[in-house]
Design a protein around this ligand. Structure first.
Ligand SMILES: *Cc1c(COP(=O)(O)O)cnc(C)c1O
Length: 318
């Protein structure tokens, strides 16, 4: 079914699943190949895996040691049966921002659709879908201080999507069922608030992040920053301590009232190393000792100083 420019009220995982599976299946008569990156969120990676089980071919583009895809490699991987490219706007573990403009230019040149998982960019980076040149984009409200379990799937004019929910005729038959009105209103309000004072907030957040990063790097000898620093979300700080068990460190910090994560918030209980840290070829002495410090608009310098004090105590650098 062909949609007019359209927005569906779905959470991050729901949006990614709907876009990847819905678009790939709708364009099957054109081809069965899709391209994504190796550092996507599981919502994208697992959707691709389930498409592979249906007979689709998926290319998982590698990233360099800073966490960025290579545009020439992207071009080279496009074939006559490629229908969709899905590359995330910003990474949820290391915060690296991919070159969306350049990707959308390539997608247009080769007549391939372009979806972006923009969940980490929502409320932080510019989201003008026309300016970005994307055909499909997903957001999650709780990532920008909005309600949980709801978000946005944007679809450009004319993008075809297979029905993923059958039933009544809500949302032009694409998403049958009564909408979560409270969630939709909450998402819209949260998004509006997030883009007020955006530059001031981002500036303040980045200053705190850099302060945090510099203090850690200048104090501890065996520490490594994960991911490139130039094109990166302002509040993301991901570091690894050599030969340290990240989960134990996390527990000790938690006992001191500090809530952090070893990698992605969703999978931190898993013992296998992060697929993102593996993809950027983090050395094995560092891969289990990662700590992701996410700074938001309500964090203060005093909190960073307290974190630093606790880290010194726990790592015995007093
Ligand atoms: C959080 C996150 C998701 C999943 O969003 P939910 O709304 O929690 O399902 C998807 N992609 C990225 C990049 C995320 O950070």
């Amino acid at each position: 079914m062909i949609l007019q420019k359209y927005i569906l009220p779905l959470g991050g995982t729901e949006s990614d699943n709907t876009a990847i599976k819905g678009i790939a299946r709708a364009y099957i008569s054109k081809g069965n190949h899709i391209i994504t990156s190796s550092i996507e969120h599981p919502a994208i990676l697992e959707s691709c895996k389930s498409l592979e089980a249906e007979g689709f071919k998926v290319t998982y583009l590698p990233v360099d040691s800073n966490g960025y895809i290579n545009l020439n490699e992207l071009k080279r991987s496009i074939t006559s049966s490629t229908t969709l490219i899905s590359i995330m706007y910003a990474n949820n573990e290391i915060g690296t921002i991919q070159p969306l403009h350049a990707i959308s230019k390539i997608a247009k040149e080769y007549n391939v659709l372009f979806h972006t998982d923009a969940v980490q960019a929502g409320g932080v980076l510019p989201l003008d879908v026309e300016e970005l040149g994307v055909d499909s984009l997903s957001l999650s409200a709780h990532k920008f201080y909005g309600p949980k379990g709801v978000g946005v799937l944007y679809l450009k004019n004319g993008v075809m999507l297979n029905k993923f929910m059958t039933g009544g005729h809500q949302e032009r038959g694409i998403r049958a069922g009564t909408e979560n009105v409270a969630g939709i209103v909450g998402t819209a309000k949260a998004l509006e608030l997030a883009y007020q004072n955006l530059e001031i907030n981002n500036f303040k957040i980045k200053k705190l992040r850099d302060y945090c990063l510099n203090r850690i790097v200048n104090t501890f000898p065996n520490v490594k920053v994960n991911g490139g620093i130039t094109n990166r979300l302002p509040g993301n700080c991901n570091i690894s301590f050599k030969n340290i068990n990240g989960n134990k460190l996390l527990q000790r910090l938690d006992a001191n009232g500090i809530c952090l994560s070893t990698g992605s918030a969703c999978s931190s209980e898993l013992a296998t190393p992060s697929h993102v840290l593996s993809a950027i070829k983090t050395p094995k002495e560092y891969i289990h000792g990662s700590l992701r410090i996410t700074i938001g608009k309500n964090n203060t310098k005093e909190e960073i100083d307290y974190l630093f004090y606790c880290l010194k105590k726990i790592l015995q650098f007093d």
